[in-house]
Design a protein around this ligand. Sequence first.
Ligand code: SF4
Length: 859
Amino acid sequence: MKKQKDGNGMATAVWSLSISRRSFLKLAGAAGGAAVTVGAAIKPELRALTETITALPGGGGEWHPTTCQGCTSWCSSQVYVVDGRAIKVRGNSHSKVHGEASCPRAHLGLQQVYDPDRVKTPMKRTNPRKGRNEDPGFVPISWDEALNTIADKIMELRNNNETHKYMLMRGRYSYMRDILYDRMTKIIGSPNNISHSAICAEAEKFGSYYTEGEWAYRQYDVLNTRYIILWGADPISANRQVSYYLSVWGDMLDRAQVAVVDPRLSASAAKADEWLPIKPGEDGALAVAIAHVILTEGLWYKDFVGNFTDGVNKFVAGEEVSEDDFEEKYTYGLVKWWNLELKDKTPEWAAEKTGLPAEQIKKVAIGYGEAAPHAISWVGGGPVMQVRGAYASMAAHALNGLVGAVDNVGGTLKANKEYTQSFPGPDDFLDDIAKEGKGHKKIDHRGRKEFPALTEGKSGGGVVTNNAADGILNEDPNEIKVAIGYMNNFAFSCPQNERWHRALAKIPFLVHITTNASEFTWFADIVLPSTHHMFEKWGYVKVHGNGYRHVTLNEPVIDPVWDVKTDETWIPWLIAEKLAERGFDNLLRHYQEYKDPETGKTPTNGKEFALYALKYATHKLWDPAEYQGGDKFSGWEEFRATGVWNSDPYPFRKRWGAMKTKTEMFELYSETLKEALEGHAEKHETTVDDILETCNYQARGEQAFIPHYEEPFMWGSEAEYPFVFVDYKSRLNREGRSANCSWFQELRDLDPGDEPWDDVAKINPADAGKLGIKTGDRIKLTSPTGELECTAKLWEGTRPGTIAKSYGQGHWAYGRVAAKEYGEVPRGGNNNDLIPADYDRLSGSTAFYGVVRVKATKV
Ligand code: SF4
């Protein structure tokens, strides 16, 4: 222990950071019962199982291509099928993004598809009362009865000119999504297609958009980099392209330094050169201090940023610089940024904010700067999905501009070009009822003064997913009468989810299309069983990594296990047929436009429609006559058999001076954000300062347009709730859909500090000792908005003053393994019961991190 002053000038004991990496690995291994190794953490039981499968005599089966969507890595995969049964999965070697590489959680797909608790047939509710404590009383019905009921409810809305009271809620998707999400919603006549995007990671995109004009996730050239700063990202466990990074992380570590900023010892932190266990919410302070050091030490990348006209570095702490003295090349506003924000943001200043030693901050900044331009500032969700996260997102991403890493070898890259095409537009099929209905305001309040959601510069351009619950509850702007949700579970996955329970109970007619009956399903009137994306469905997704982009196909590699149909294609087709029987054939006529590009045939049923729509969307990838670039195929059959198309290699530095910002430069003073904020303020006849105040940001005046530090906005007083809650995603989570897999439960200790079949809150031993809490004690965590029960685990890998717990447990209605007692007793607690519904309002993103304090008491 050593003494240091906190932000209020109080002398406080600061956790010693002197424990070596080797000690932490030992701690992690001892505590979790599994070694923390890159990619290899596999239990003997699982290894034996996979070896047995591989050794099947003569194989007897075949490998078939498909896609894993167990996380947003969206890996091209292959499934080994014997006698019609899927028994093993691996990466698809044809992918240039990740090749044969896969990840531990991919295998859980097998348990998902053969899960005996899957929904096997359509069902209807028999209990008219809805609520957490009301058993729905589901009974099986035929597809015909289910679809007739749905079509009747939609027609009721249309007959009453109430189509704006229809709502579509989308969770995970393939790129067939627009058929159900966009086209069907519009042609019925509603504005309310609500995606999950704002509970995913929109705030990450905010930083890159308002500096370099890219509202998208990035890829990272790790094999050519020399330094990586990971901001709350854990690439060998979660985040994107996990399989690829797992396969190359060891090579990269031989050549590059890695610094991990995370209050919790993640798997990536355990392998890193520097772990910076920052106080939650203070990431922006660290980012601007690193920028300060890079400038004062003269380490910015001159070929990208430019230099002082006389070559003498005038960035001196505390001193303003004249804009005339610096000539920028491909950045815009560096000197403004220095004068408005950076000049006083020394490592010593940041040390007080972050709880990190000034020497470590300086060491990381210099190491990162000296590696320029082969240096990556990798922004994950943790530092940015916070109430004031938009500016931390800009600050951390701006470092890539300072070191010239943007679009550069060993740096951060955008997605490569690909050539899929949109489905036919819906406009010709919108009748007057639809046009009128579609013109209503959306249920999530995007674009209101308090919800700018400035996606791609547009006021209300993004979604505010979690706020839709309040819109439904308050009938604001209108009542929702008929709703469909698919591949989502907002009743579990959104913070303060009790609001969703009441909101879903209030909707008179709710349909859930799903593989497993979940907490969302509990409130449904009709349940439609869906195909599994990896084994039973036609679709495609596109993703980038390793300097390439691939487009990979979801393919039905086995016959459907149960009486299931596909959410994004087959089911909407069937609904369209039922609507046509009732005299409204616009949707069916629209879908009939999706002709097979090979034969020109019009689809006549849902199965044909699913296939033709996929061939239509990917036409330019597989038809030699339409060839635009990347891999070339002789036709559909070769593409389907390969399963994946790869782009051309990445064209480095093409965007230098041609970025999609207002100035076409990398903006360190964001004219792009200025225009967006001023546009939103003008729409509401007020000032930018008023917007920022309304939305809980601290910036005023010019500060609104630059990457800068904002104090964390936290729910709960430190006196009553002494710990900041640290939520993180489990390595085996499969986007929250694997909790009913026994392998998920048995192998939970693949995450450092976690325990099999349990849900542990990890507390630093120094804190636990003061509370008299021991490992194994049952404890209650309480926040200002909720509480849960779980097991205490004393663990050095948790920063003192914080409690870390992985997301994923706490299901009460996701199957017999996920819950202790289905419908009654959850296994552990849902982190979202503790987290309040709050937002980074500039991006619309839900705040999951650095947002709430909790207290811990023994039960
Ligand atoms: S779980 Fe994610 S990283 Fe693993 S194979 Fe599936 S998509 Fe790839």
